[in-house]
Design a protein around this ligand. Structure first.
Ligand SMILES: CC(=O)SCCNC(=O)CCNC(=O)[C@H](O)C(C)(C)COP(=O)(O)OP(=O)(O)OC[C@H]1O[C@@H](n2cnc3c(N)ncnc32)[C@H](O)[C@@H]1OP(=O)(O)O
Ligand SMILES: O=CC(=O)O
Ligand SMILES: [Mg+2]
Length: 727
């Protein structure tokens, strides 16, 4: 147990006290004693409400379970009436528009990718902040986007034939998004600035310009020898980089060495489902990284390909307009911070009766305190030009819980002496009770909402859990085609547009969870801007650069304008549970489903529990690397729990599958010297126990969440490790 310091009536872990008083509060005009006194009041006011909200979740679910048991023949109308009666479905508020002010351009006006990154990993987090700009040449060369033959494979040295394909693809992209009045970019020999505008000399000597000359917005270098041409299309920028002496540039008749796309407009620094933070040390580590991002001091030193590297936040980018006037664009992605939800408590702080305090309350106070460093502008590397702080709040159920978050944000603003609505909120639409009451949820935070986002992964987990009693759900891969999911996605866009999100806030779509499948992403993720979303999640900087292409191809403003007319009522479809009509799957189908889910669960949980890694790339049974986090774990564990409950498989079969897949996962990790096998000489590791419990006790977990079990086993693992060290 960590030593605590008694402050007023509460007890605060020494490590947190030290961090707050010697790091987070330094440079801020806040009184230390007052800070702790206010924090204590806030805990006293809010903790009981937090607990009541959680009890309500349990109570509603008990009633839903009972209803399903009494109504085996599902009838949509009766179901809706029942949900209204118990207060799950809320009475819709009168029409309103959100009024959020001081929202940065990256959120309100620009449409583009949103990157997510685990905040416990400084190397990745800085990389993410810098992923505002990414090389299109690298993204195309280094992934599977381009069709590959023997000749165009990635080789140890640069492969010019592959490079040629990259250039061809890029020139087509340029012709598509910044076409020339005559000819093609592939015929361009020279780009220069003439009389304040971009002129292009073609190989036949003809001089032409852009079809839309206003897309040229700036340059760097000399007018007759520019090093950078900055263009803008659909509010999104990119740079054409020219250097005739460069290894790549010299192969191009116009000297183009790269195209740098504005990529991750925004990034979510994640303290939630992609990290494994179970104690004070873990939490303070994350808070310290956030502080480094907010005051611009975060660095990371690491060795890559035998070279020692220092990574730090990028500076802004400087240009001249056609008339010579200087201007700059941010070199970094606009950062959000994702706090934890309302569920867990933390021993970082104990209240006056010695109970752990809700972790979401602690996150709200500490992450906002830290972000104040950025808004008072101590660092040159400002995050928000509008002096706003962007907090993503996940896993809220219904409008009461959103109202609670709003109340908490008000109190935090007051205690940190911030103007009202400095704290903006991003509401994850990822629990069913929020989806069906989304307009009411938005209304509760209408002065501060900066995004809604369909977290379809958590949402799928919640869907399975909520309808657990009704029947067996469809196989996991079929979930995306289910009525509820399609309707939920559309309804989310509709709700955002009806309440005035256009040009004011983000309507976001979910994660691309196959980090290496970039060709498929380029083919499919264009559906997100097409659906009216002005952002969507990507798992890596490379994915951000490739997904940015979609926002050049689709003008989201136009799409949203058309979608504003959507008057379809989606409620009944959203409330159609994904229960299989035909439960007669053959033995092999059932076993494959189990194998796939169990492999993913074990592959993820072993790294969570034994190594403290909260987001991993884990191969599925077809050997496709999948991004796994707590939300995907929630789906897989709930899925098996559901099939077990409805006797699609037996407990014996599940346990047997766990043992078999443990060997597969051990084999996948055999090159990792720090790896400990899941079962050793019949002795099950903590990770194995945790993974199995997530399934066998899946129905008992609050809303199917995985946090309680993961935390318990990770703490046990840490404790055992300490004991071993002290022997
Ligand atoms: C349902 C939800 O809540 S989704 C939200 C939670 N999910 C996430 O946050 C996903 C974030 N992504 C990741 O954590 C990682 O990309 C993973 C775990 C999926 C894969 O990680 P790895 O196997 O290490 O990736 P891989 O080896 O292909 O690439 C590593 C390189 O890419 C970079 N990278 C990978 N992901 C990211 C990221 N999200 N942000 C910034 N950089 C990243 C790393 O910095 C590293 O580059 P470096 O060597 O120059 O530092
Ligand atoms: O948080 C995202 C999700 O899909 O869940
Ligand atoms: Mg989620």
């Amino acid at each position: 147990m960590k030593p605590y310091k008694k402050i007023g009536q509460i007890q605060v872990a020494e490590e947190l006290v030290h961090f707050v008083e010697n790091e987070a509060l330094i440079g801020l005009d806040l009184d230390k004693e007052q800070f702790w006194a206010n924090f204590e009041n806030l805990i006293e006011d809010l903790s009981p409400i937090n607990h009541q909200l959680l009890s309500k979740r349990v109570h509603l679910q008990e009633q839903i379970n009972q209803w399903y048991q009494n109504n085996r023949e599902f009838e949509a109308k009766a179901y809706q009436e029942f949900l209204t009666e118990i207060g799950y479905l809320e009475k819709r508020v009168a029409d309103f528009q959100i009024t959020t002010e001081n929202v940065d351009e990256e959120i309100a006006r620009q449409a583009g990718p949103q990157l997510v990154v685990p905040l416990d990993n400084a190397r990745y987090a800085i990389n993410a902040a810098n992923a505002r700009w990414g090389s299109l040449y690298d993204a195309l060369y280094g992934t599977n986007v381009l069709d590959e033959s023997e000749d165009t494979k990635i080789t140890a040295q640069y492969n010019p034939l592959r490079g040629q394909k990259v250039v061809e693809y890029t020139k087509q992209f340029l012709d598509q998004v910044i076409p020339l009045e005559q000819g093609s970019h592939s015929e361009a020999k020279q780009y220069q600035i003439t009389a304040g505008t971009l002129s292009i000399t073609l190989e036949n000597g003809q001089v032409t310009k852009l079809k839309d000359p206003e897309k040229f917005v700036g340059y760097a270098g000399e007018v007759d020898d520019p090093k950078t041409i900055l263009v803008q299309n659909h509010q999104l920028h990119f740079e054409i980089k020219i250097d005739r002496h460069d290894e790549i540039g010299q192969l191009d008749q116009a000297g183009i060495k790269d195209i740098i796309l504005e990529s991750a407009l925004t990034t979510i620094m994640d303290c939630e489902d992609s990290v494994a933070a179970v104690d004070t040390t873990d939490k303070v580590h994350i808070y310290r990284n956030w502080l480094g991002l907010m005051n611009g001091s975060l660095t990371s030193t690491f060795t890559k390909n035998g070279v020692q590297l220092l990574r730090q936040l990028n500076q802004d980018r400087h240009y001249k307009r056609g008339n010579g006037e200087e201007f700059s664009l941010s070199g970094r992605s606009l950062m959000f911070i994702r706090n934890v939800g309302h569920l867990m408590t933390s021993n970082l702080i104990l209240d006056k009766v010695g109970q752990e305090v809700p972790e979401g309350i602690i996150d709200a106070v500490i992450t906002s305190l830290i972000a104040k460093h950025s808004i008072i502008g101590l660092s040159e590397l400002k995050n928000s030009k509008e002096r706003s702080i962007y907090i993503v709040k996940p896993k809220m159920h219904g409008s009461e819980e959103v109202e609670f978050a709003n109340r908490m944000f008000n109190m935090v603003e007051d205690m940190l002496e911030m103007e009202r609505y400095t704290l903006k909120i991003g509401v994850m639409d990822e629990e069913r009770r929020t989806s069906v009451n989304l307009i009411n949820c938005i209304e509760k935070v209408k002065e501060r909402i900066a995004f809604i986002n369909t977290g379809f992964l958590d949402r799928t987990g919640d869907e399975i859990f909520t309808s657990m009693e009704l029947g067996p759900v469809v196989p996991k891969a079929e979930m995306k085609q289910e009525k509820w999911l399609q309707a939920y996605e559309r309804s989310n866009v509709k709700s955002g547009l009806k309440t005035g999100f256009q040009q004011r806030a983000q309507i976001g779509k979910g994660m691309w969870a196959m980090p290496d499948e970039m060709k498929a992403m380029l083919e499919l993720k264009i559906d997100h801007p097409k659906s009216g979303a002005n952002t969507a999640w990507v798992p890596s900087p490379t994915a951000a650069t490739l997904h940015a292409i979609h926002y050049h191809q689709i003008n989201v403003v136009d799409v949203q304008t058309n979608k504003r007319e959507d008057n379809h009522s989606y409620l009944e479809e959203i409330l159609t549970p994904p229960i299989s009509e035909d439960r007669a799957w053959d033995k092999q189908t059932i076993q494959n489903e189990l194998d796939n889910n169990v492999q993913g669960i074990l592959g993820y949980v072993v790294r969570w529990v034994h190594h403290g890694v909260g987001c991993s790339k884990v191969p599925d049974i077809h050997n496709v690397g999948l991004m796994e986090d707590r939300a995907t774990l929630r789906i897989s564990s709930q899925h098996i729990a559901n099939w077990l409950h409805h006797q699609i498989c037996t407990e014996e079969q599940v346990i047997d599958t766990f043992y078999r897949m443990a060997k597969v996962v051990d084999e996948q990790n055999c090159n990792d010297k720090t790896y400990r096998v899941l079962v050793h000489n019949g002795e099950r590791s903590n990770a194995f126990e945790a993974a199995l419990e997530l399934v066998l006790k899946g129905r008992e977990q609050p809303n199917g969440y995985t946090e309680p079990i993961l935390h318990r086993y990770r703490l046990k693992e840490k404790e055992e490790h300490l004991q071993k060290q002290s022997i």
